[in-house]
Design a protein around this ligand. Structure first.
Ligand code: OFO
Length: 176
């Protein structure tokens, strides 16, 4: 069992992860409209990753006998004039998610809830990777300079090779 306070905070995190998914889906759409199919694919894979992050918490709340309460997902508002702008936003956004995970860990400690603390360790590690991915891509864009020409063509192709490494069908677990 988890406390009501912990349950509320985890439900809020589901919303944050789904907002992340929505944000990256919006970026993917914008890249498709800019005919950057590789970058669009990278963000689409990221969309699925975020949905997986949300669904892991969804399942955990149920495993703990809690109630999932879904809330409205905010619409991403920003439009970007460059791919660099998108990845700067990605890094900034991931830093806020890292802070949010840290608050959850702090709450789990306060609630004397070692199970949730252990569960959250996965997210602590994941956030290191999330920030690193954005930082690495920003560095590559820095090296590239102008977002045009053969360099951009290669960059787009490289990002398009990203493969989904998480499940995107959550119906299996529900049928257990
Ligand atoms: Fe869920 O890690 Fe990004 O937001």
């Amino acid at each position: 069992m988890i406390s009501k306070k912990m349950e509320e905070a985890l439900n809020l995190q589901i919303n944050k992860e789904m907002y992340s998914a929505y944000l990256y889906l919006a970026m993917s759409a914008q890249c498709t409209e800019m005919v950057l199919d590789g970058v669009a694919k990278w963000f689409m894979v990221q969309y699925h990753e975020e949905m997986f992050h949300a669904m892991k918490i969804y399942n955990y709340i149920h495993d703990q006998g809690g109630t999932v309460k879904l809330q409205a997902i905010e619409a991403p508002k920003e439009k970007f004039s460059s791919v660099k702008g998108m990845f700067e936003k990605t890094l900034e956004h991931e830093k806020t998610v890292t802070a949010s995970i840290k608050s959850l860990v702090d709450l789990a400690k306060k609630e004397d809830d070692p199970a949730t603390e252990i569960f959250l360790q996965w997210y602590v590690t994941e956030q290191v990777e999330e920030e690193k991915n954005a930082m690495d891509i920003l560095q590559k864009l820095q090296m590239l300079g102008k977002e045009e020409g053969p360099g951009m063509f290669q960059f787009d192709a490289a990002l398009g090779s990203r493969k989904l490494s998480v499940p995107s069908d959550f119906s299996e677990k529900l049928a257990d």
